[in-house]
Design a protein around this ligand. Sequence first.
Ligand SMILES: O=C(O)CCC(=O)C(=O)O
Length: 282
Amino acid sequence: MAETIARERVRISERDIEDYRRDGVVCLRGLFARDWIERLRAALARNMQKPGPWHRSITKPGQPGNFYYDSMMSRFDPEFRAFAHESPAAEIAGRLMEARATRFYYDQLFVKEPGTLDPMPWHQDLPYWPFQGKQICSIWLAIEDVTAQGSGVEFVAGSHAWGKWYLPQLPYDDNRKYEGLGLEPCPDFGKRKGEPGLRFLTWDMQAGDCLVFSALTVHGSGGNTAMTHRRAALSTRWLGDDATWDPRPATNTYYYEPEGTGLAPGAKAGGRHFPEVWRRPG
Ligand SMILES: O=C(O)CCC(=O)C(=O)O
């Protein structure tokens, strides 16, 4: 019975799970109550007034718009923390990944003001992260409506299953640390549209819709040339049953310095930095 109630609450179908398994990404509509969106808009406004220690303004001075992002907001702001622990996000991630339980990893804000030209280069997330595992995903929640011209995120369907790890490529000049990792640069998939065997997925979204995608699905976004309104999204990152700690060189372990996570390489994700938030009933 608890199972039935939980399923109805997040309304995830077998079809959604199959799509996620095959494409490595799915768009889910209207699973977050309006109240969450209002709370996150207020939290975003607060954050942009007083950004956290890892925020970035990627747009160079003199260029139009502003591509702004911040990370680990839940450590500093109770509203972002409440979202991670109390919203349906953990359950959505767990059900899509077909996991028994989900742990919260971290959160990031991605904002592109109208007129911003800066793209988010094509990339996979896992090469940046000190984890290994198939059950690792993000939930990219639209806090404002998004269209393709308004810098909607685009995905290469099925790329999570290619067995490839591409070289990380940050949208700001901090990429030297990745030299020497021995990974192939991520192609500019935007120039490969129409190529046989490549399928691209992107969605117009309303605030409250979300994208759930695997940490190995290749994705990127263009500028916000729609000029109508700010594009703003909250990405929360989630760990499933098989996620293990793998602090490879140049991964973002700096969030846990100086004390570290207490996890030995190869250990299952756990401990105070990666709390369990959802467990499958029964
Ligand atoms: O919002 C964007 O443009 C990029 C988002 C992204 O790369 C992510 O959430 O992993």
